[in-house]
Design a protein around this ligand. Structure first.
Ligand code: MN
Length: 262
């Protein structure tokens, strides 16, 4: 009897765009695990969160020039979530969705801004286990080196392919700069940005604005910010279950009085 090997299918997306170095490192590292497909934005989409394009058409274009070798790669003129929404329907349904490796960390409140994370969340919304990978900016504007990150990403991906993830749970993995000291399971920190709006004049004298931000947050040994700051890989499981159940009970006690009926 011939034993049947079930090939696993992995969809790789990102928010930095199909030509980014991080997605190339990730897709190539995952190749030994199964059939890999790349679907990524044709232009950078960092910070667009979970936007979905539904007021205009989208193009889904095979892109040989992206340099993924024999891994089929497609570019989409939309958001990271669009890429995953199209990829899981136009290509063989994946067993795993991965996103990244983002050029820059996604910690704390970045979770909701991040296109990298949102691509993974789109996988979870469609019932597919998903992991977002991000890597800390190197100091002094140095180049990103994804050697360690890509290698560890493949190990986490293999683990999730084998064991799955709990219902409505996504993994957000952040790699430190340099050789990791180890791995920590972490919670999201209070990292965020104090937005600073810069006002400028365009060539015709009209005002325009840049959203700039100064990062804040408390790194602790048990959170994502503390882990990457101290040189550890941070693995944060995030539950996509937003209902505030305890406060529901409070509202149920308070709201009837607002109905104006006795
Ligand atoms: Mn990005």
């Amino acid at each position: 009897m011939k034993s049947e090997v079930i090939r696993k299918t992995i969809l790789v997306a990102n928010d930095d765009g199909i030509f980014a170095t991080g997605i190339k490192a990730l897709a190539l590292a995952l190749k030994p695990l199964g059939d890999v497909y790349v679907v990524a934005p044709e232009m950078e989409q960092s910070g667009v969160g979970h936007g979905i394009t539904f007021r205009r058409p989208l193009r889904f274009k095979h892109t040989e020039s992206a340099g993924f070798g024999d891994i089929p790669a497609y570019r989409v003129d939309g958001t990271p979530a669009d890429c995953v929404a199209l990829g899981i329907r136009l290509l063989p349904r994946p067993d795993l969705v991965v996103s990244g490796i983002n050029l820059g960390q996604n910690l704390g409140d970045d979770f909701t801004h991040s296109g990298t994370v949102s691509a993974a969340v789109e996988g979870v919304h469609n019932g597919i286990p998903a992991i977002a990978f991000s890597q800390m900016f190197p100091p002094n504007g140095d180049k990103f080196d994804f050697t360690h990150g890509a290698e560890y990403a493949a190990r986490v991906a293999a683990m999730v392919l084998e064991h799955g993830l709990p219902h409505r749970t996504v993994l957000s993995v952040n790699f430190p700069h340099g050789t990791p000291k180890g791995v920590r399971v972490t919670e999201l920190s209070d990292h965020g940005f104090d937005d600073n709006i810069l006002e400028r004049d365009d060539p015709s004298g009209q005002k325009y604005y840049w959203v700039d931000g100064t990062p804040h947050g408390h790194g602790e040994p048990f959170n994502d910010l503390g882990a990457v700051k101290e040189g550890y890989i941070s693995v944060t499981p995030v539950q996509l279950e937003f209902t505030a159940r305890e406060y529901m009970r409070v509202l149920e006690g308070v709201l009837p009085a607002l109905e104006g009926r006795d």
